[in-house]
Structure formats: structure tokens, C-alpha cells
Design a protein around this ligand. Structure first.
Ligand code: 5GP
Length: 187
């Protein structure tokens, strides 16, 4: 995981603006147009919100899709309370809908090492959807550990630890309306 600097005891957290709310909104409008253009589908598109990080992105994206959709939620836990990836992925809440023979779109906040997405594609792919696509708001290729196919990418970013717009550091900052790059400085 990206660690521009590790938090030290007594260090202060600094969040620099990285992607503004209007930049995010404009890019989501483009993504929604692309996704809509791939339809229409036989049945409503199953749009999977990967909790918790993608809750704001998901909410803004689905409101811009000009397609019948089923909104479903999947809980995944991959990180502890720090900026360090454990590499271990745990399912904390499963889908409440059978996705067999359905067109499915996974909506993720960020693909970093790719481990989480690889896990999601394996478990959802085993349920035999008709199509399974991925839309991620952010892609951080510098940290890639496994290859995963990303069908829709909002922004490709450098190796920085980002927070805000759903993304957390130790369960804080999710409510920022923009995306910030986080760093630590001695107090
Ligand atoms: P991956 O399995 O691809 O390494 O990471 C996926 C998950 O790690 C994301 O869904 C997100 O929760 C977390 N993550 C990865 N990079 C960042 C980051 O820069 N900031 C935050 N807040 N979370 C991240």
C-alpha cells in the first residue's frame, strides 16, 4: 500500500486536495455515459456497491445511469486501521440477489494491489453471471500485484495514499466531498 510517510506517534495528518468535487462529478458523468451505452440489457443491470469505500461513488454513478438497475451491496474488508495492505480479503456482507445469467457491474473505489478485485471476480464469477464488468473510480497501477481486467476507470493516480469521497484512513475522512492525498508530519 502507498505510504508517502508512516504515521509516527504524535505526528499530524495532513490532507492535500488531490481531485476536486467538480472533477469527480464530471468524470462520473463520462463513465455513466459509457456504461449506459453498453446497454440495454435483457434484465436490469446488477450494480454491485463494494462497501464501504465505494458508497459515495456508487450513489453518484447509479443516479447518472440511464438504464434499469438493481442496486446490491457487498461488504469486503481488506485493510486494518493503517495505510498498510494486509493482502487478506474477507467478505463481511454477501449479495442478497442471485446473479446467475445476469449482467453485473462491480463498482469499486480504488484498485491498488488488485488483490481485492481479483478475489471479487473469482467469487462472483463462480456464480455464473452473463457478463461481469468492473468500474473503479481510482486505479493505482504502481502497487499492482495481480492483473485484473478493469472495464471502466475514473482516474489513474500516482502512488499516493488517498482519502475522502468514501475512502478512509482508520475509518475517518470518508465524508470529505473531494479526494485528498494524505501525508504525515512530525507534530
Ligand atoms: P487492493 O486489494 O487493490 O490492494 O486494495 C483495495 C482496497 O484497499 C480498496 O477498496 C480500499 O479500501 C483500500 N485502498 C487501497 N488504496 C487505498 C488508498 O490510497 N486509500 C485508501 N483510503 N484506501 C485504499
Amino acid at each position: 500500500m502507498s505510504e508517502p510517510s508512516q504515521p509516527q506517534q504524535g505526528s499530524i495528518e495532513i490532507v492535500d486536495s488531490y481531485l476536486s468535487a467538480p472533477e469527480i462529478a464530471n468524470r462520473i458523468a463520462d463513465l455513466a455515459r459509457e456504461i449506459t451505452a453498453a446497454g440495454p440489457f435483457e434484465k436490469p443491470l446488477v450494480v454491485v456497491c463494494v462497501l464501504k469505500g465505494s458508497f459515495l461513488f456508487f450513489a453518484d454513478l447509479v443516479r447518472r445511469l440511464d438504464l434499469p438497475c438493481n442496486c446490491v451491496f457487498l461488504g469486503v474488508s481488506s485493510y486494518g486501521g493503517t495505510t498498510e495492505s494486509s493482502g487478506a480479503v474477507r467478505l463481511t456482507h454477501d449479495l442478497t440477489l442471485d446473479i446467475a445469467d445476469r449482467d453485473v457491474l462491480i463498482v469499486e473505489d480504488i484498485v491498488d494491489t488488485g488483490l481485492t478485485m481479483s478475489y471479487l471476480l473469482t467469487i462472483l464469477g463462480a456464480r455464473r453471471p452473463r457478463t461481469l464488468r468492473v468500474c473503479t473510480l481510482l486505479h493505482k497501477p504502481a502497487r499492482k500485484r495481480v492483473d485484473v481486467q478493469l472495464d471502466y476507470i475514473g482516474f489513474t493516480i500516482e502512488d499516493v495514499f488517498v482519502v475522502g469521497y468514501g475512502l478512509d484512513y482508520d475509518e475517518r475522512y470518508r465524508n470529505l466531498p473531494y479526494i485528498g492525498a494524505m501525508r504525515f508530519e512530525p507534530a
